[in-house]
Design a protein around this ligand. Sequence first.
Ligand SMILES: Cc1cc2nc3c(=O)[nH]c(=O)nc-3n(C[C@H](O)[C@H](O)[C@H](O)COP(=O)(O)OP(=O)(O)OC[C@H]3O[C@@H](n4cnc5c(N)ncnc54)[C@H](O)[C@@H]3O)c2cc1C
Length: 347
Amino acid sequence: IARTVVENFFATVGQMNFYDDHSLTTRELFEQFFPGRSDVHRLLMEPIAYANGSTLDEPAITYGIVFSNFMNKGVYTFQGGTDKLIGMMAEELRQNGVIICTGAKVDRIVVEGGKVRGVAVGGRVISAPSVVSNSGITNTVNNLAGREAFDSAFLDQFDQVKVNNSSCQVYFGLRPGESFDNVGDLLFTSTAREFSSDEMLDMETRSRTFSIYYPRTRPEHPDYTVVASMNGNYDDWAFLDKAAYKAAKQAMIERCFVDLERYIPGIRAQVDWVEAATPRTFNRYTLHTKGTSFGTKFEGLGISRSIFKAVPGLFHVGSVGIIMSGWLGAINYGVIVANDVDSYLRS
Ligand SMILES: Cc1cc2nc3c(=O)[nH]c(=O)nc-3n(C[C@H](O)[C@H](O)[C@H](O)COP(=O)(O)OP(=O)(O)OC[C@H]3O[C@@H](n4cnc5c(N)ncnc54)[C@H](O)[C@@H]3O)c2cc1C
């Protein structure tokens, strides 16, 4: 492929933004630049499919915005682990006067007279002129505010929203004192013959990423750990009985071991902790509809952006619309919504 074609591709995706044409799909974009080159399409798409669950049939801008973010800044592994990062965020919030209540499930967002009045939690109502829900846009509308809070025009649009896929992960912990050589931080691997979004979602997918954590990644916990990540469909896992679910998790662990041994021979004998998480796990702990890992497909963003016009005082943040998903997307979107809330409260 001529260098100029590659450079033009980078320049084109680098200029894409939210206000561009939404009708061009990622598949069409790839065909424009790399016609018939399914190997190149795979190279470009497979890592992004893990990062936000998107497929070749989403609007090309969702690819362009996320891909150019990655290519501008690269992949960043936070040193110190998630616990440290969350601790830093919590500290920042407290310093700004925020009271954090954990273990407090919101049962309902109270809407009266067409406006938000607060939340019902643990048998009491906390009054508030605005509520910012982080519980997924589908949960927020269907289960927390309740469909009766919205007019039919809003609900017609809302009912078009599709949730994104979920994930599976397998966690491997090495026995203290065991180690392996540096094989990189993030390995994308697949023995599938060609790229297919459906193959990546299959329970027996042959496509996965390995995130490798060395003692330097978390100096406070100087261990070697590996996390295998796969995309997954909630419905494939949700309805298995206890024995079938356990067996399916065990089979997934075994497939991951086989793949991992190609990169770290002998790791099986070094590991003393293995456990698996599935779409059921993510649904259980995050409450997201069908355990979605990345919010909704693109159309969810418009709903999230307009929810406060439908019910004054009600806002939604968190993963939504592919471009606002992942940690970075959710954080960026939080800044945008915080600005809306600020304007609302001051108006
Ligand atoms: C397996 C997996 C791997 C991922 N890997 C990456 C990655 O490498 N990089 C990356 O950038 N992103 C990754 N993501 C995506 C990232 O985790 C999400 O995009 C991000 O966490 C979304 O933030 P959120 O605020 O929308 O939702 P969440 O982080 O899920 O937060 C929602 C919170 O709200 C709580 N909640 C829900 N309902 C209620 C209620 N009624 N009352 C009280 N609390 C409630 C939930 O318990 C949860 O704590 C991954 C996701 C998964 C599942």
